[in-house]
Design a binder for this molecule. Structure first.
Ligand SMILES: Cc1ncc(COP(=O)(O)O)c(C=O)c1O
Length: 283
């Protein structure tokens, strides 16, 4: 079945979707995006939160949204329906639009909006059941990681390094030794029964799943601390897990080739994996 994309107000077949080469998303990476997970039992999961973050990112890069948030959400849902996606993702990106190349914002450009929706094809459930591995890498990103922008080169380089090392994820460590997050996920460590994650400041993307999993943890009486922690805490953690829209709750049982804790999925991670599955109606 050909895919249907939403492009600038119209539903078009993917092979007919065209963007002028001077779109600032193409020239400068001047845009923002969101990825929403769709589950059979919940439909689009945490949609409102994704829309709120989209508005936050737009404000950050001073981009005026081409449509109201309600209309954007409706277009996401319609794209999902037209592609008959019940277990998959919705991808949405908005760029500053088409204009002759010059760094300063164009006066008359209209932001471009693209939405597509696809079935989920990953092997997350199997990976999660076994636990997986991560490497560490230098966090050499800019200082506005809290905006979900298209400028993902450091993240792509980090993920590629992980892939080449046979690992699932790369965890960023800033030059001062602070652990921030994964290349496309948030990082949690558990030491002495306490769950620690980097605060939601400008050094990380405030993951929708991060906030959701923190809430699940608190509801279960688990202690969660949002504080900066050094590399040593990561390396000596009893448990590590990553969260993300497509990552969900992913146990990391090996870090840079060494076992995390006893090398098995820990009890806190297991509790949260189960809680997440319950929340999305998987079990
Ligand atoms: C850098 C980064 N951190 C964290 C996340 C997790 O965010 P969310 O839970 O909203 O998917 C992502 C998701 O793509 C990401 O790219």
């Amino acid at each position: 079945m050909p895919e249907i994309f939403f492009l600038n107000g119209e539903y078009v077949q993917s092979d007919q979707a065209r963007i002028p080469v001077e779109d600032r998303g193409y020239i400068f990476g001047d845009g923002i995006y969101e990825v929403v997970r769709v589950y059979p039992k919940t439909g689009p999961f945490l949609m409102k939160e994704h829309m709120e973050r989209l508005a936050f990112s737009a404000k950050g890069i001073r981009l005026e949204l081409p449509m109201s948030l309600e209309k954007i959400e409706e277009a996401c849902l319609e794209t999902m329906r037209r592609n008959e996606v019940t277990d998959g993702t919705i991808y949405l990106q908005i760029t500053r639009g088409v204009a002759p190349r010059t760094h300063a914002f164009p006066l008359n450009a209209k932001p471009s909006i693209l939405i597509f929706s696809r079935p989920y094809k990953g092997n997350l459930v199997e990976l999660r059941a076994k636990g997986t591995s991560a490497i560490t890498t230098t966090d050499d990103r800019w200082l506005h990681c809290n905006w979900k922008t298209l400028n993902l080169i450091p993240n792509c380089l980090a993920k590629q390094a992980a892939k080449e090392a046979g690992a699932f994820e790369a965890i960023f460590i800033r030059p001062d030794g602070t652990v921030t997050e994964g290349s496309s996920s948030n990082c949690f460590v558990i030491t002495g029964g306490v769950i620690i994650t980097h605060p939601a400041d400008n050094y990380i993307l405030r993951g929708i799943s991060r906030d959701f999993v923190m809430k699940l943890a608190q509801e279960r009486g688990l202690k969660v601390k949002e504080e900066k922690y050094p590399e040593e805490v990561l390396r000596t953690a009893d448990e590590i897990f990553m969260t993300g829209t497509t990552t969900e709750v992913m146990p990391i049982i090996q870090l840079d080739g060494k076992p995390v804790g006893n090398g098995k999925i820990g009890p806190v991670t297991k509790t949260l994996m189960t809680a997440f599955d319950e929340a999305i109606g998987r079990k």
